[in-house]
Design a protein around this ligand. Structure first.
Ligand code: ADP
Length: 452
């Protein structure tokens, strides 16, 4: 069914049907015309011969010298009979001898041996006399029938050949014409699949400068513009984060200093708020910087041998206070000796991010569990919680930048919507992948697959 929806197939079906109808019409018309011409030829021939003999007979006014009236050639298909139907002279036409005479009428008669065209003329002995002679011309229409049948046979054998040529020729031409479209589709697919806006539609120097050539050029120009805009935006994010880093650090340091100097609860509360918010901003700026570096392929991996058990313990320890504030237990379940090659600092930030989310979106007195296993080809780390969970409709969107499931509630958690985007970027930078499974109200599992 899908094949029928392609423009190529529909065009092919359309012109093949049209071609078939035109061929059938033309060939049938040619066949009918040839048959008609053959019949006309026979009729004219008979009429002419009968008239010639009749004129000669009339000129002589003497019927006893018939044998001198015409040559064998002139008497071909013509014979003379008495008024009672007795054969006198000419080519004896056995097949139509029994057909009754009819004066000056060109007609067809079917006899045992086939169909004949007959033409009779009566020559009276004297004008007005009933006595006289019949001159009959008769010729079989078999020749015309054979001609008609031959034309029909040619039609039947020529149509399939023409049809095959039409289909093959048409398919070749449409395939060639549509090749650039395949290039456009393939490029668009690759851009989507590989997130690589640098790809362009291939334009061969030998290709025809037709509408599809112009379309390819236009799309490539458009991709140039989009790539430039994305590049500008990345540059802006990178520059802005860079510029913000120092002032945010200063605000944070001064907020902490203020917190130390605070002499009463009100001052402490204000200073704490400054520290919390600038901490949040500092994390946001770091995340934006890291994403900008990954986007521009500038983030390098400081790869080393990492003991996952140790890394998980460090991450769990760093999140201990946050977990205790919600009475959440962090369970680590990593067997000894799970080693892999990774950027320790970045992998640690992935784990703290996921454990942090498990706590942020976990229930009071709940738990967050981190487990890891090593298989032949990969290291698998899973972070699960029994928190609020994520509904199906949001599950594939949570990896997007600044995507938050519940904007109002997430403000309470001090969330930015960048955490999982950073996590995904780091995992993919390591050549791995991350998946999320969740049931609303029951909890979530985030699983990291590293290829070593
Ligand atoms: P945020 O800074 O908002 O936590 P993330 O990118 O880490 O940003 O997460 C995106 C959204 O996915 C969050 O706003 C939250 O709604 C949802 N989410 C992430 N982790 C969990 C989890 N463990 N349980 C429930 N929801 C989660």
């Amino acid at each position: 069914m899908k094949r029928l929806t392609s423009i190529k197939t529909r065009i092919s079906i359309w012109y093949t049907t049209l071609m078939l109808l035109i061929m059938a019409f033309v060939l049938l018309a040619v066949g009918a015309l040839s048959y008609r011409l053959a019949i006309d030829n026979i009729e004219n021939d008979i009429k002419l011969k009968v008239s010639q003999i009749s004129n000669k007979v009339g000129a002589r006014k003497s019927f006893d010298i018939f044998h001198q009236v015409g040559s064998d050639e002139e008497f071909k298909n013509v014979s003379i009979y008495t008024e009672t139907g007795e054969y006198v002279v000419g080519q004896y036409l056995y097949d139509v001898a029994s057909v009754p005479f009819a004066r000056d009428v060109l007609r067809r008669a079917k006899v045992d041996s086939g169909e004949y065209i007959i033409y009779d003329v009566f020559k009276p002995s004297r004008p007005g006399d009933d006595r006289g002679y019949w001159i009959r011309g008769a010729e079989s229409v078999n020749y015309a029938n054979v001609l008609g049948n031959s034309v029909f046979a040619i039609i039947i054998s020529v149509i399939p050949i023409m049809l095959i040529l039409t289909i093959l020729g048409g398919y070749y031409i449409t395939r060639k014409a549509f090749l650039p479209i395949n290039g456009i589709i393939k490029t668009a697919d690759n851009i989507c699949a590989e997130n690589d806006i640098k790809q362009r539609i291939p334009i061969l120097p030998s290709c025809r400068k037709d509408e599809l050539y112009n379309l390819s050029l236009t799309l490539n120009n458009m991709l140039d513009k989009i790539e430039m805009l994305i590049e500008t935006e990345k540059q802006f994010t990178s520059d802005a984060s860079h510029e913000l880093r120092t002032p945010v650090s200063v605000i944070l340091a001064q907020g902490e200093y203020l917190l130390e100097l605070a002499s009463n609860d009100k001052e402490k509360e204000l200073a704490q708020s400054i520290v919390d918010r600038s901490n949040q901003m500092s994390k946001l700026v770091s995340s934006l910087l890291l994403l900008a570096r990954v986007d521009r392929s500038r983030q390098r991996l400081a790869e080393e041998t990492v003991d996952i058990g140790v890394l998980v313990d460090i991450a769990a320890e760093s999140m201990k206070n946050a977990a205790e504030s919600k009475n959440i237990t962090i369970i680590t379940n990593v067997p000894d000796g799970i080693i892999c090659t990774a950027d320790e600092f970045l992998l640690l930030s992935v784990l703290t991010n996921l454990i942090g989310n498990g706590i942020k979106y976990g229930k009071e007195f709940g738990k967050v569990e981190v487990s890891a296993v090593k298989t032949d080809y990969s290291t698998i780390i899973a972070v699960s919680d029994d928190g609020i969970g994520i509904s199906e409709e949001h599950l594939d969107k949570i990896w997007g930048r600044f995507y938050r499931v519940d904007n109002v509630r997430n403000d309470e958690y001090g969330s930015s919507g960048l955490g999982l985007a950073v996590v995904k970027s780091i995992v993919e930078l390591h050549g791995g992948r991350i998946t999320a499974e969740s049931t609303l109200g029951q909890g979530s599992v985030f699983t990291i697959f590293l290829n070593n």
